[in-house]
Design a protein. Sequence first.
Length: 88
Amino acid sequence: MRAYLKIVPVELYGPEGSMKVHALLDEGSTVTLIDEQVANRIGAKGRRETLRVSSSDHQKPEASSATRRARHRRSLLTPTDIAENLIA
């Protein structure tokens, strides 16, 4: 059985500019994550939080990650809204 990931090109906007990136869509997700370098480049503002990841065998990950909450330019309400924000 194959699993397919929904990955789409998007353009993120912040107070210091915009950046074209690829986004992974996950309907079951409870958070939105952004790479720290991308957040810094677009000037995203928000509280930095530690993201702790563990595996099924309880080993610690080798790399640490962080999240940053950013204010959204507008919320996406329908699949049509998502399509309008895709990069051609």
